[in-house]
Design a protein around this ligand. Structure first.
Ligand code: MSP
Length: 777
C-alpha cells in the first residue's frame, strides 16, 4: 500500500431528520462519494463525513406533531438515512449524529472558546425567524423568508449574540485573498459572488442561542439556553474528527484532518458555510475550510424536490425499480445487495451525467431510463460485451498481443495495416486515451462531472465506430497473414481502451466497473484502487496473455415501461399518516376517500356514509356554522382536495353528499367515530396557482405545531390573494395524496351550494379568539 502523503477531508451537509431522505439528499451524498473514491484512488488519505442534524425547533415540532419524544423521532429518521447510504454502497468514513455525546462536548467547547475570546454577549432578540430554514430573517412581522418564501415567526427572547459584524472585512479579505493557500475557495463563481455581495451589504451580530424551546445542546453555564442549531450543526465538521475530546487519538485525528478540504453543500446553505462558519472559526482562532462547493437543486415537475411541496422521488424507488425489474430479471439468482448496488450505479451515473454540476436539473423516470439504455446498456455495456466476446472466441479468452508500433509510438508499421488516415487507427486511440484521461481528471477536479463523463462517452462512441469499421469478426477465419496481426491490434486496442475507461469510471460506477475489471482478468478493482493501479493509466498496462474472467452482461436493457412502473411505485410509496410526520411508513390506500379503490365503501345518497366531512358539516356540529353558505340548510359539505391516484381533481362536491332535512337520521355515527376525524384551525400562509392545473391551488397552512401543504380544487372560486392570512378549518389526519406530482396533506372544510357546487370555506373571523392549531370537536 502506497504511503499516503496528502490528506483529503470531505463533508456533506448533515441532513435534517424531519423527514426521511429523497433523491435530492442522495444527490449530495453520491457526489461526495464520487469525490471521495476519486481521492482514494489518487492515493490521498481520505476522510468522508456525513450525518444527521437532529436538534432545533423544526425537529422538535415535527416530533411533537408525531406525538413522540424528539430523541425517538430522531433515532428513526437518522437510521433511515444511514440505511439508505448503506444500501447504496456509500463509502462514508463516519456518520455523525448531533445528538451524540462526542458532538455535544465539542459544541460546548467551541461555545466556551468563543465566549472566552470575547465574541459572545447577552442581549434580547426581537425579530423574525424562519423555522423551516432555522434562520433569522430581517424585516417586519410576517415577512417571508427570502430563502424558502415561508412566512416567518416573530421571536422575542433573551439570547446570546455572536459578534458577526466584526468579521465582515476579514471574511471579504479571506475570500478575495490572492494567496490561494489562505483563501476559501467558493465554487461555482456565481455562488462566490453571491457570498461577496451578501458580505458587502453588511453583517449584523447573530443570535446564537434560543430559550423558547429545549431541544438542543445547552449553553455551557447557562442551561436555560440551547445553542442555535446552525452553530450546533456546523460544528459537526470538527466534532466528528475529535474536536472536543482530550483523548490523544482524537487530538491527533483532529490535527491530521482539520481544516476540511471540501464542504460540499446545496446552493441554499452557502451563506451558513461561507459566512457564519468561517466567522465562528476565525473568532475561535481555528483554521478555515479550504473550499466550499455548492451544487444546484434537483427539480421534479419543475420545482425543488422537498417534503413540504410533496414532489419527492425516493432513491428506494429507483433501487427497487432497476434492481428488481432489470437486474433480477437477467440474474434471478442475484442477491438483494447485488441488485441494490447495480441500481445505485444507474442513479449515480444519471445524476452526474445529466445535471451540469452547479445548476438545477430536472429529474424524470423517462430520462433516467433513456440515459441508462443509451449510455450504459448500448454504450459502455455493449462495447465491453462485444469486445470481450470476440477475445473469447478468437483469442482463446486471452488478451492478444499489442502491436509494437502502438506501444512505441512508431506509426509506420500500423499505417500499413490501417491505411485510412482519419484518426481511427489503434495509434490514434492511444493518443486519445491519454488526452481523455487528462481532460477527465481536470474536469473532475473542477467538479465538472457531466463534461468529464461526456468526454469518456465520446471516446466510447469512437471506439465503437472503430470496432464496427474494422469488423474483427470477419478476420478471425482469414488466412491472410496480416489479418491475424490486424485482428490482435484491433482487439488489444479495444480491450486496453476499456481498461483505461473503466479505471476512470470507477468512482462513478463502482459496481459495474468492478465487474468489467474482473471480466478483463484484472481481479478486484477495489484492491487495484488501493494499490494505485487506477492512477497511472499509461497505454499498454494491459498485459497480453491475461486470461479473461467469466463473461456476463453488465447492463441488461431496461424496458420503457419501467418509467411508468417506477412512477406508480412512487405514488404508492407516498407516505401515509404515521407517527413520524407522515413520513416513515409506506402508503396504505386511502380507501375512505378514494371512491375508485376496491376497498372503498359504496357511496350512496345517504349522508351518513363514510365521508366524514358530510357528517360534520351536515350535522351543524361546527361552531363555524355562521360562516357557511347563507343557505346552509341546502349546503353540501365539500372535500376540497383531489383524492384520486389519477391526479384528477375530485369534483368539488363529492358524490351525493347533499344534506336533506331529516337525512342525517339515515346513517348515524358514534361520537367515537366522529372523534377519529381531526379538524383543526389553520392559517393560510401561502396560496398559489399550479401551472397547467386550472382548478387546483397549492396552499401552505400553519397548524401551530407544523406547516402543511394542501392542494385544493378551489381555484375557480378563490384567488390566492383572498386566501392568504385566512383562518380556516382543515382535516389534518387524512392520508396524503399526490396530484400533479405534489402531495396534499389534508383537506379544507367548506360548504358548497348552488348547481355549480360553489364552495364557501369555513372561516374564523380574526375577532374570534381562537388559536391556530385549535381542535374542533
Ligand atoms: N441541516 C442543514 C444542513 C446543516 S450542515 C451543517 C440542512 N439540511 S437539509 O436536509 O435541509 O438539506 C441538506 C442538503 O440536502 C442540501 O444542502 C442539499 O445538499 C441536499 N438537498 C435537499 N434537497 C435537495 C434537492 N431538492 N436537490 C438537491 N439537493 C438537495 O440544510
Amino acid at each position: 500500500m502506497p504511503v499516503a502523503t496528502q490528506k483529503f477531508y470531505l463533508t456533506t451537509p448533515i441532513y435534517y431528520v424531519n423527514a426521511r431522505p429523497h433523491i435530492g439528499h442522495a444527490y449530495t451524498t453520491i457526489v461526495a462519494d464520487v469525490i471521495a473514491r476519486r481521492h482514494r484512488l489518487l492515493g490521498h488519505e481520505t476522510f468522508f463525513l456525513t450525518g444527521t442534524d437532529e436538534h432545533g425547533q423544526k425537529i422538535e415540532r415535527s416530533a411533537n406533531a408525531a406525538g413522540i419524544p424528539p430523541t425517538e423521532f430522531a433515532d428513526e429518521v437518522s437510521a433511515s438515512f444511514r440505511a439508505l447510504w448503506d444500501r447504496m454502497g456509500i463509502t462514508y468514513d463516519d456518520f455523525l449524529r448531533t445528538t451524540e455525546p462526542r458532538h455535544k462536548a465539542g459544541v460546548q467547547r467551541l461555545f466556551k472558546l468563543l465566549q472566552d475570546r470575547g465574541y459572545i454577549y447577552l442581549s434580547t432578540y426581537t425579530g423574525q425567524y424562519c423555522v423551516s430554514d432555522e434562520a433569522y430573517v430581517d424585516g417586519p412581522g410576517g415577512v417571508r423568508c427570502p430563502d424558502c418564501g415561508r412566512v416567518t415567526e416573530t421571536v422575542s427572547e433573551s439570547n446570546y449574540y455572536f459578534k458577526l459584524s466584526a468579521f465582515q472585512q476579514p471574511l471579504i479579505d479571506q475570500i478575495e485573498s490572492s494567496d490561494t493557500s489562505a483563501q476559501i475557495s467558493i465554487q461555482p463563481e456565481s455562488r462566490r459572488n453571491e457570498v461577496l455581495s451578501f458580505l458587502r451589504s453588511g453583517l449584523k451580530d447573530l443570535s446564537i442561542s434560543r430559550t423558547s424551546f429545549k431541544w438542543g445542546i445547552p449553553v455551557p453555564g447557562d442551561e436555560a439556553h440551547v445553542v442555535y442549531v446552525w452553530l450546533d450543526a456546523l460544528a459537526n465538521y470538527m466534532t466528528a474528527i475529535g474536536y472536543g475530546s482530550d483523548d490523544p487519538a482524537d487530538v491527533a485525528k483532529f490535527e491530521r484532518f482539520w481544516p476540511a478540504d471540501l464542504h460540499l453543500v446545496g446552493k441554499e446553505i452557502i451563506r451558513f458555510h461561507c459566512v457564519y462558519w468561517p466567522a465562528f472559526l476565525m473568532a475561535a482562532g481555528l483554521p478555515l475550510p479550504k473550499a466550499v462547493t455548492a451544487h444546484g437543486w434537483l427539480l421534479f415537475e419543475e420545482s425543488k424536490m422537498s417534503k413540504s411541496r410533496g414532489n419527492i422521488v425516493r432513491a428506494e424507488t429507483i433501487l427497487d425499480g432497476f434492481g428488481e425489474q432489470v437486474y433480477a430479471r437477467q440474474f434471478p439468482e442475484s442477491t438483494k445487495v447485488e441488485r441494490d448496488l447495480f441500481a445505485s450505479d444507474v442513479l449515480r451515473y444519471f445524476l452526474l451525467r445529466e445535471i451540469p454540476f452547479g445548476q438545477d436539473g430536472g429529474f424524470s423516470f423517462g430520462a433516467l431510463i433513456q440515459r441508462y439504455n443509451s449510455d450504459l446498456a448500448n454504450g459502455y455495456g455493449n462495447l465491453v460485451s462485444r469486445t470481450l466476446k470476440l477475445i473469447e472466441q478468437s483469442c482463446s479468452g486471452e488478451i492478444p498481443e499489442r502491436h509494437a508500433s502502438v506501444h512505441t509510438g512508431d506509426e509506420t508499421g500500423l499505417r500499413l495495416l490501417f491505411p485510412v488516415d482519419d484518426g481511427m487507427s489503434p495509434y490514434d486511440f492511444r493518443v486519445d486515451a491519454i488526452s481523455t484521461t487528462s481532460i477527465f481528471a481536470d474536469c473532475v477536479a473542477r467538479s465538472e462531472f457531466s463534461i468529464a463523463l461526456g468526454e469518456v462517452w465520446s471516446y466510447i462512441a469512437k471506439l465503437d465506430g472503430f470496432v464496427t469499421r474494422y469488423a474483427p469478426w470477419k478476420l478471425t477465419s482469414s488466412l491472410v497473414a496480416d489479418d491475424a496481426v490486424r485482428l490482435n491490434a484491433i482487439l488489444y486496442t479495444a480491450a486496453e481502451s476499456i481498461r483505461i475507461i473503466t479505471a476512470l469510471l470507477y468512482p462513478v460506477l463502482p459496481e459495474a466497473t468492478a465487474k468489467v475489471w474482473s471480466q478483463l482478468g484484472l481481479g478486484d478493482i477495489g484492491e487495484a484502487a488501493r494499490e494505485g493501479r487506477l492512477r497511472d493509466l499509461s497505454w499498454g498496462g494491459l498485459e497480453p496473455g491475461t486470461k479473461l474472467g467469466p463473461l456476463a452482461p453488465i447492463f441488461p436493457r431496461a424496458d420503457k415501461g419501467l418509467a411508468q412502473t417506477m412512477n406508480d411505485m412512487e405514488q404508492s410509496n407516498a407516505p401515509t399518516a404515521s407517527r413520524l410526520s407522515n413520513e416513515l411508513t409506506s402508503a396504505a390506500p386511502d380507501t375512505a376517500s378514494d371512491p375508485t379503490h376496491p376497498a372503498a365503501p359504496p357511496r350512496t345518497s345517504a349522508i351518513g356514509e363514510a365521508h366524514p366531512i358530510t357528517q360534520v358539516a351536515g350535522s351543524g356540529a361546527l361552531t363555524t356554522e355562521r360562516e357557511l353558505s347563507p343557505s346552509h340548510t341546502e349546503a353540501r359539505a365539500s372535500g376540497l382536495f383531489a383524492t384520486r391516484a389519477s391526479a384528477q381533481p375530485m369534483p368539488i362536491a363529492p358524490v351525493s353528499t347533499e344534506v336533506a332535512p331529516g337525512a342525517a337520521a339515515s346513517a348515524q355515527i358514534t361520537i367515537d367515530e366522529f372523534a377519529k376525524v381531526e379538524l383543526r384551525v389553520a392559517r393560510v400562509l401561502v396560496a398559489e396557482r399550479i401551472p397547467k392545473a386550472d382548478k387546483l391551488l397549492r396552499l401552505e397552512v400553519d397548524l401551530g405545531y407544523e406547516r402543511r401543504q394542501i392542494l385544493s380544487g378551489i381555484a375557480e372560486w378563490y384567488t390566492p390573494e383572498e386566501l392568504v392570512g385566512r383562518k380556516i378549518v382543515v382535516i389534518t389526519n387524512l392520508a396524503p395524496r399526490k396530484m400533479r406530482g405534489l402531495e396534499s396533506h389534508g383537506m379544507l372544510l367548506a360548504a358548497s351550494s348552488g348547481e355549480n357546487g360553489r364552495p364557501a370555506l369555513a372561516t374564523f373571523a380574526e375577532t374570534d379568539a381562537i388559536e391556530v392549531g385549535a381542535r374542533l370537536k
